[in-house]
Design a protein around this ligand. Structure first.
Ligand code: ATP
Ligand code: MG
Ligand code: FE
Length: 347
């Protein structure tokens, strides 16, 4: 059984996975401590990880009805993320691996988001198209064997991530932190066609797989500003629904097009923004129309957690990957080239 530890941002997560099955997990979040600052404060996050690291591992074990001696390997997020936050998780993982005498594996945080889906829907087909939409990333990836193959980036965001756009516009609209879920809730009462927000990079001459959300963010801010300047109340629900519609439209349109152009039959949507109700519904609608199988992890596995890191660790163990050395270091800006620090060599 693999213990996975995640601490790249404000969630401390521990998960236990064996042979692709989730046995137990636990997540602690310092989100409330950051709320009054309107964003994650790295120092506060790192300190919260120090307090939560051991307790979440014990909680995950209790959740699974297992003990320390059942742990055969430890996997940990080595990047990307906040450096102080990553340091704490990696130090904890080294401590568990060393004291238990089991191997340690270094995992890329985004590969964890991808693997999260396997815990609910089984092994990923090879190849599959992955849309990662989170607080810090928005990318279209062609994924083959996570334990062995390089990950092909078809496109990334040129500026803000989709989650960042949700979070920042939420702030301008006066919605609570974290913004993504707040926009999702507010949008339920709104009209998605009330405001014609732009659909960035969807023109015929635009890069088909690149994303851009800073212009959309500015358009939403300007819309709010115009209401304030005119002394009009802000129709927040309509703004939220229209913003959410624009983001969901761009994301799903490009993802489905990428599947068609590459002849890939499965789209996997992962990361925190995959929790968005409109992104899920529109992806479902458009994939069904295009004959593409859609996979989206359950809500609790979309945002940061330890189970997704354990899922990658479990794939690595079963594929016979080399463990990481016990002096392995973090990489706060690790590019997503492979799922692991030490992937299995292709012969
Ligand atoms: P990264 O994975 O890129 O390092 P992260 O770990 O901070 O960033 P996640 O935890 O995967 O990101 O996701 C957090 C993001 O997801 C936030 O921007 C949050 O607003 C967004 N999010 C969560 N739920 C929803 C929702 N229902 N609708 C829209 N956005 C959401
Ligand atoms: Mg978070
Ligand atoms: Fe994440």
């Amino acid at each position: 059984m693999v213990l996975g530890i995640e601490s790249s941002c404000d969630e401390t997560g521990a998960g236990l996975v064996q042979d692709g099955k989730l046995l137990g997990h636990s997540v602690a979040s310092s989100m409330d401590e950051h709320a009054r600052f309107g964003g994650v404060v790295p120092e506060i996050a790192a300190r919260a990880h120090v307090h939560a690291a051991a307790p979440v591992v014990h909680a995950a074990l209790a959740d699974a009805g297992l003990t320390m001696s059942d742990i055969d390997a430890v996997a940990v997020t080595t990047g990307p993320g906040l450096s102080g936050a990553l340091q704490v998780g990696v130090a904890a993982a080294k401590g568990f691996a060393y004291s238990l005498g089991v191997p340690l594996y270094g995992v890329h945080h985004l590969a964890g988001h991808v693997a999260a889906d396997t815990l609910e829907h089984g092994p990923l087909p090879n190849p599959c198209m992955v849309l990662i939409v989170s607080g810090g990333h928005t990318s279209l990836l062609l994924v083959r064997d996570l334990a062995r193959d390089p990950i092909v980036h078809l496109g990334d965001t040129l500026d803000d991530a989709a989650g960042e756009c949700f979070d920042k516009v939420a702030r301008v609209f006066g919605l609570p932190y974290p913004g993504g879920p707040a926009v999702d809730r507010a949008a339920r009462e709104g009209n998605p066609r009330a405001v014609a927000f732009p659909r960035p990079l969807t023109g015929p001459r635009d890069d088909r797989y690149a994303f851009s959300f800073s212009g959309l963010k500015t358009a939403a801010a300007r819309w709010a500003e115009q209401h304030r300047a005119a002394g009009l109340p802000l129709p927040v629900a309509d703004g939220a629904a229209s913003l959410q519609e624009a983001i969901a439209d761009v994301l799903t349109r490009k993802a489905v097009a990428a599947c068609k152009e590459h002849g890939v039959g499965t789209l996997v949507v992962v990361g925190g923004v995959a929790a968005n109700s409109r992104v899920r519904a529109l992806a479902e609608e458009r994939c069904a129309k295009a004959g593409i199988t859609l996979r989206v992890p359950p809500l609790r596995l979309c945002t940061d957690n330890g189970a997704m890191i354990a899922a990658v660790g479990d794939l690595l163990v079963r594929a016979g990957a080399e463990p990481a050395p016990l002096d392995v270091s973090i990489d706060p800006s690790a590019p997503l080239e492979y799922a692991a620090l030490h992937p299995v060599a292709r012969k």
